[in-house]
Design a protein around this ligand. Structure first.
Ligand code: 5AD
Ligand code: SF4
Length: 463
């Protein structure tokens, strides 16, 4: 699972006479971004008009994240802001996604402004749910499963992300790491058929997309009901076969996230070595370097098991980027346990690290443990690990100076008007002088400087 930036999005498209406008704001991981994209498409198909601001929309939807306490609170803060903004008018307000799935109808009591609570599998039913609320139903609740045979596709022409397309391959999680709320908010693992995934990628490629991300809480646990679309592709696991099937579509750049260590078969590395369009980047969260803590987290692997997987990645023919997630301050984590995490981080030499302070989630097994690492100690461990990673990462980034990377131009840089920004195949952020005519193209960029979390360079390919 992968939870990073908070993105806000909204799109104005098809309008109809007397149409109802819907504003949709998204928090959390790529799965939520993908769900919102699908919600957009379904709503437009049903004749709704999508609005860019909550100020005049008839319906305001929040697609929420609950992975850590702070993320879960955000939606209630936003509802409070909307309430103040909209005094005198009464928009329909809906909470979707993980907070909706977990909190259910208690949200109606906590926030009387909310009329719709739609869980993580209700996306395709949103048009009907909104219609019911518009007709005056005060509490519209849908925490049900997806309909059998539900179509996951988002047509290439209707996507809001124009240069990189997220393609869900599996949703849910069966791992039940003791700190994690995801198995409760997203349900059990369900894999899409490979034939559907491959068809979607062919369509994206024909439309001009250069990069896709196969996404899921644990992509390498991919296990579809049938072999459809995988016939003829070799591989040690269904995920390895899927990688080869997806590579065969000819899509220029293919990335996947997130991988789970226990299911990380070395054949994944072989598939990347064999196929240039499978990008050389692996996101493999370890969470802790202490076996005692890994056991308490019920991760199902030791630090040694994890390092064996990393060795396989490091022994690949192609040089791979490796990134990870770490939780500091899990209940019972001693300074010694934490020291082992720092050591593991130094040993691996990550290209990027996402560090989180443990956040107790109600209903998870770890919530029964005493959250005994103080707030100050969590902050101190966070800062220490961040500093260790900063130094290690600088060295790794410095080695890129002088190298040429293929960068997909994704957007103008937020820092400088004359620069564009994008990612390399090894998933580094690269900035370089350029203009909007380059958007969506892959450019060869020679790296001239290494910054803290990005590289800077100059285009060497012809425009
Ligand atoms: N507290 C802190 N971090 C968490 N994560 C998941 N659950 C929690 C929690 N309760 C982190 C893990 C995961 C990432 C997406 O979020 O590191 O890999
Ligand atoms: Fe959460 Fe663990 Fe599942 Fe990842 S593998 S989503 S951390 S339970």
């Amino acid at each position: 699972m992968h939870v990073r930036n908070v993105s806000m999005k909204s799109v104005r498209l098809v309008s109809q006479t007397m149409s109802t406008s819907v504003y949709l704001e998204t928090f959390g991981c790529q799965m939520n971004v993908a769900d919102s994209e699908r919600a957009d498409v379904r709503l437009r198909a049903a004749g709704f008009d999508l609005s860019t601001s909550p100020e005049d929309a008839d319906v305001i939807l929040f697609n929420t994240c609950s992975v850590r306490e702070r993320a879960a609170h955000k939606v209630f803060t936003r509802i409070g802001e909307v309430r103040r903004q909209r005094i005198g008018s009464e928009p329909v307000v809906g909470v979707m996604g993980c907070v909706a799935q977990l909190e259910g109808d208690s949200i109606f009591d906590a926030s009387p402004l909310v009329n719709i609570v739609a869980g993580t599998r209700a996306t395709d039913r949103l048009p009907q749910l909104i219609s019911r609320a518009l007709q005056g139903e005060r509490r519209v609740l849908d925490l049900d499963e997806r309909a059998e045979g539900e179509v996951w596709d988002v047509p290439a022409s209707d996507r809001t992300s124009k240069h990189v397309a997220f393609v869900p391959i599996i949703e849910g999680c069966n791992k039940f790491c003791t700190y994690c709320i995801v198995p409760y908010s997203r349900g059990r693992e369900k894999s899409r058929l490979a034939s559907d995934i491959v068809a979607e990628i062919h369509a994206l490629r024909s439309y001009g997309y250069k990069e896709i991300h196969l996404i899921g809480q644990n992509v390498n646990s991919y296990r579809p009901k049938t072999d459809d679309g995988l016939e003829g592709f070799k591989g040690a696991t269904p995920f390895c076969r899927l990688l080869r099937a997806v590579a065969a579509t000819g899509m220029e750049r293919i990335k996947f996230t997130t991988s789970f260590p226990r299911d990380f078969h070395p054949d994944i590395v072989a598939a990347i070595d064999e196929n240039e369009n499978l990008c050389e980047w692996i996101h493999l969260p370890v969470q802790s370097g202490s076996d005692r803590i890994l056991r308490a987290m019920r991760r199902g692997h030791t630090a040694g098991d994890y390092l064996k997987r990393i060795d396989a990645v490091k022994n690949a023919r192609r040089k791979m980027s490796i990134t990870s997630d770490i939780i500091v301050g899990f209940p019972g984590e001693t300074r010694e346990d934490f020291g082992k995490t720092v050591k593991l981080v130094e040993q691996v030499g990550y290209d990027g690290l996402y560090i989180f302070k443990y956040s107790e989630r109600r209903g998870t097994p770890a919530a029964k443990l005493d959250d005994d690492v103080s707030r100050e100690e969590k902050a101190a461990r966070f800062a220490q690990l961040e500093e260790a990673q900063r130094k290690l990462q600088q060295k790794i980034y410095d080695r890129y100076v002088g190298r040429v990377l293929d960068v997909l131009v994704e957007r103008p840089s937020s820092k400088s008007e004359r620069d564009m920004t994008g990612h390399s195949t090894c998933h580094k952020v690269v900035n370089f002088p350029g203009d909007v005519s380059m958007l969506g193209k892959v450019k060869s960029v020679r790296v001239t400087a290494a910054k803290q979390n990005s590289l800077y360079g100059e285009i060497i390919s012809a425009p």
